[in-house]
Ligand binder design. Structure first.
Ligand code: ADP
Length: 898
């Protein structure tokens, strides 16, 4: 028990030591001291979070189970560091010039600031990392258990779950304390990075110490160790070529894509030059880490009893030999590996979760109303802190639920394969300008689904989500959908199978969709900047020349939102900052405000891109941007002018078309009228001529005959006169030569007069009236108004085709107008003729009644002269005309009190 207590004590001391280191480093950095914090050595050591507990303990287990395959886990990153050094440099450069805060941010920024994409990457990263955090917690509890097992029997084994919980809580606390001191991505987590660098040294030292002990303490030196390796099953292990290549590529991909690696490699990077050192120093570190893996595995298999967990050889070998001190060192090494991974992963994931999920949701809920105040900062900090706690606890929950069972052992590679799905979008984004958001989303989506289906879900063994039947016979019994033999690819290693399908389908879909879909302008802009980052950005930019930047910002905003408005904005900000003059410091608050202001004119994405270009180290020259701004303004103005013009033209064309149609119809009518009028003129003329000739030339006509013929001549003459009268009347009205004779009279008697004049036969033609409503006093030209009424009444009598004709005359008062509707019960006037009947000479169909089509035209003219109107009322039971009269008129009776 003494050892166990000692272990707990050492653990506490070690943690306290880490807190001190982190605290000291943070303080030194804040005071501007401690250039040693930014040394390439610290950077290289911080990369060692790649070696988690899974590598510290697991590599030996891996070697004991699968021979030399464990080397691939080190080989992948080594190849990347050496061979892909320029890709890393590009990532770092992009990260700096675009102020990238996470791998999700990089991918979303590249594809036009797409938050959807960021959310997607975040979710994938959380899903992929949670089991990995659980794995770290498991390794800590297992190593505790290994110590406890070595205790004299009877001592209480510490409760594994509670150990894991305490470790998780401690880690969350540390991460919150040192990981969220500030928000600005430019200010790095010096404390955390320093602590991690120390942990890197500790774990390397511990592993080397155990290695030395095993080779020279347990085995009898190098030769003896080599002999033991030769004799062990490890030597006999056959290396499968495809698995070897697959695993190497997988770990290389994961090295580039893991959120925590991105955090230390890109976000925490102080100086691009550090990469140069890291490119050889980190592989060297990895080599040292892997140096004693085989000896420890071989000797462990040899010395320890059958069935001992090879994942714990690093710990159990010294323990079993009674080397408690070394065992504690080894434990601290494993502890370091586990904690540093969890801390950095929690920082990286919490940045993603809070920036891409929590903050957008919060801004959406508050409607951005709090953006002006300092709220955002506090909320962002809170979001980050809760995300950290949430992520670590999620890892704990996963550990708790999975029971820390064997399912965790393989989870490292499963996680690798999950995050490796970012690779196509990431690399495409850095090297291929045509890559776009739709492609990235589609590729990631497909990769994620295949990974989930082929690797993640089956990794738990048969479960309710993935029953044995599906594993054996495929989803829905479709053979080609078997998760471990997709599209009939049988006999492959399940991991390699899943990696091959997920990555290749991901890549194919990404490329194809990118080719066939069109990127938005901001995607193009970002694409150009990412791909050509080296051409545009010089040496890493800093915050120097703040006011010069402000000047550029002002020039740009003037071009977008106009001079006075931009100047007012800047002057107000400068005043708020307490600066003399009109140029404020480009503080984050001011930039946010400006971005909002600009996005009103050019759209949020463009505003964001423009500002970040000027502020975040222009990778396009400022002049270029100005041109873009100018162009945008011009294009916008031009296109709105064009739009207005097009609309106007369309309207004119429509009017012309309508007028033309009317003209054509009228011309047809006029032709018809001309033939009609000549016919109508000729008919009376012919009979007048014929009967007058009879009267002149026939001798001995009887008096009765004479008077009959004279009467015919008279009637015909009257008809002719009427026609000519109408024509004359109309032309007088149209020329405005009428003199109106205004009188005052009641509507009722006026209608009586009109009905009488229309010569209506009350037997065959019934008129319905509303005497009460007719009791209105009018002041207008009553004779002309009567003329209109007569025309409407006689039209109804002439054209209403109902066997029992009824005409309803309904006057109604409406505000300052008087409406008089004449509605008969005939079949009315067809819709396409309704607008025509008021035209001169217009008649519908065959005119049995012999009208010349002038009546309604005259009515319209009269009403216009009287300051009123006459219209056709569509949708009534028969033909319906509405006469509208303006004031003055008055009720002659007091209103009826109902
Ligand atoms: P007209 O002098 O020939 O009566 P109008 O200008 O008064 O000419 O009327 C034009 C045309 O409108 C008529 O030829 C007739 O076809 C149609 N019309 C007018 N009033 C009615 C009505 N009450 N019912 C059906 N058709 C009508």
């Amino acid at each position: 028990m003494a050892t166990l207590n000692l272990l707990v004590l050492v653990c506490f001391l070690y943690v306290a030591f880490l807190f001190t280191i982190a605290f000291g480093a943070d303080r030194a950095a804040r005071r501007g001291r401690g250039t040693w914090l930014r040394s390439p050595v610290v950077y290289t050591l911080s990369l060692s979070i790649y070696c988690t507990a899974w590598t510290f303990y697991g590599a030996v287990g891996f070697a004991a189970r699968s021979g030399l395959e464990f080397v691939t886990i080190y080989l992948g990153p080594t190849l990347v560091m050496i061979g892909w050094w320029w890709t890393l440099r590009k990532m770092v450069r992009v990260g700096r010039s675009q102020r990238i805060t996470s791998v999700a941010d990089l991918i979303s920024s590249r594809y036009g600031k797409s938050n959807l994409l960021a959310v997607f990457v975040t979710v994938l990263a959380v899903v992929g990392t949670t089991p990995y955090i659980a794995l770290q917690l498991q390794s800590v509890t297992l190593s505790f258990a290994a110590f406890a097992a070595n205790e004299p029997s009877g001592t209480d084994l510490p409760n594994q779950q509670s150990i894991a919980l305490w470790v998780a809580l401690g880690l969350a606390l540390f991460t919150i304390l040192f990981g969220t001191r500030n928000l600005d991505a430019n200010e790095r987590h010096h404390g955390v990075v320093m602590a991690i660098a120390i942990e890197a040294v500790v774990k390397l030292f511990a592993l080397l110490a155990v290695g030395v002990f095993v080779v020279w303490g347990l085995a009898g030196g190098v030769n003896d160790t080599l002999a033991r390796i030769d004799a062990s099953p490890i030597a006999a292990w056959e290396v499968s070529g495809s698995r070897w290549v697959g695993l190497t590529m997988l770990s290389a991909a994961a090295f580039l894509c893991l959120p925590r690696m991105f955090q230390v490699m890109v976000v925490e990077n102080e100086d691009e030059g550090h990469l140069r050192t890291a490119s050889w120093a980190f592989p060297a570190y990895l080599m040292l880490m892997s140096l004693f893996v085989l000896p420890i595995a071989a000797v462990g298999l040899d010395v320890l009893p059958e069935g001992a967990n090879p994942d714990l050889f690093v710990l159990t070998l010294p323990l079993q030999d009674g080397r408690d001190g070394l065992a504690i060192l080894s434990f601290i090494g494993g502890f370091s590996s586990a904690t540093s991974m969890v801390i950095v992963a929690a920082i990286a994931l919490s940045t993603m979760v809070s920036n891409h999920v929590v903050m957008p949701v919060w801004l959406w809920i508050t409607g951005g109303s709090a953006v002006m105040s300092g709220d955002v900062r506090n909320v962002a900090l809170l979001a980050r802190r809760t995300s950290i706690a949430g992520i670590v606890l999620l890892g704990y929950l996963y550990f708790h639920v999975s029971g820390g069972g064997t399912a965790l052992a393989a989870i490292g590679l499963v996680s690798f394969a999950g995050v490796a799905q970012f690779l196509p979008a990431l690399m495409g984004g850095l090297y291929w300008r045509a890559a776009n958001r739709t492609g990235a989303l589609a590729g990631l989506g497909v990769g994620f689904v295949v990974w989930l289906y082929c690797l993640f879900l089956p990794s738990f063994g048969p479960s309710p989500v993935m029953p044995q039947a599906v594993i054996d016979h495929g989803l829905f019994g479709l053979h080609w959908l078997r998760p471990q033999a997709l599209f009939g690819a049988e006999g492959m290693d399940p991991l390699i199978h899943a990696v091959m399908w997920s990555i290749s389908l991901n890549t194919i879909v990404f490329i194809t969709v990118s080719i066939i879909s069109f990127p938005r302008p901001v995607e193009r802009l970002q694409g150009a900047q990412f791909v050509n980052v080296f051409e545009h950005s010089g040496s890493p930019p800093g915050w120097t020349g703040g006011l010069a930047q402000s000047e550029d910002l002002l020039i740009m905003s003037q071009r977008i939102i106009g001079g006075p408005q931009a100047q007012a904005l800047f002057a107000a900000a400068a005043q708020r900052q307490g600066l003399a003059g009109y140029l404020p410091e480009p503080s984050p608050e001011f930039l946010q405000e400006m971005e909002r202001e600009l996005s009103g004119s050019v759209g949020a994405a463009t505003a964001h891109a423009m500002i970040s270009q000027i502020v975040g180290g222009a990778s396009v020259s400022v002049e270029d941007l100005m041109a873009v701004a100018d162009e945008t303004a011009q294009i916008m103005e031009y296109s709105s002018r064009l739009e207005a013009k097009t609309e106007e033209q369309e309207r004119t064309a429509r009017q012309l078309r309508e007028a033309n149609q009317k003209l054509t119809q009228l011309s047809v009518q006029k032709d018809a009228f001309l033939s009609q009028i000549s016919h109508e003129l000729r008919t009376p003329m012919t009979s007048i001529r014929a009967f007058s000739e009879i009267l002149r030339d026939t001798q001995g006509l009887k008096t009765a005959e004479k008077s009959k013929y004279a009467a015919i001549i008279h009637d015909e003459t009257v008809r002719l006169t009427r026609l000519l009268d109408d024509l004359l009347d109309l032309s007088v009205l149209e020329n405005g030569q009428v003199v109106l004779n205004s009188q005052t009279g009641r509507l009722g008697p006026l209608l009586d007069r009109a009905i009488a004049a229309a010569g209506v036969d009350a037997e065959t033609f019934r008129i319905e009236r509303d005497r009460q409503a007719e009791d209105v006093m009018l002041t207008t030209d009553l004779d002309r108004l009567a003329q209109v009424f007569i025309n409407l009444i006689s039209n109804a009598r002439k054209y209403c085709d109902s066997p029992s004709q009824v005409l309803t005359i309904a006057p109604k008062r409406q505000k300052d107008r008087l409406l008089i509707d004449f509605i008969d019960n005939g079949s009315g006037i067809p819709t396409d003729h309704q607008s025509m009947v008021f035209e001169k000479f217009s008649r519908i169909g065959e005119t049995k009644a012999g009208g010349a089509g002038l009546g309604l035209a005259i009515c319209r003219e009269i009403m216009a002269r009287l300051g009123g109107d006459i219209t056709y009322l569509p949708g009534q039971s028969g033909a319906a005309f509405r006469v509208t009269l303006p004031q003055p008129f008055a009720d002659t009776t007091p209103p009826v009190s109902a």
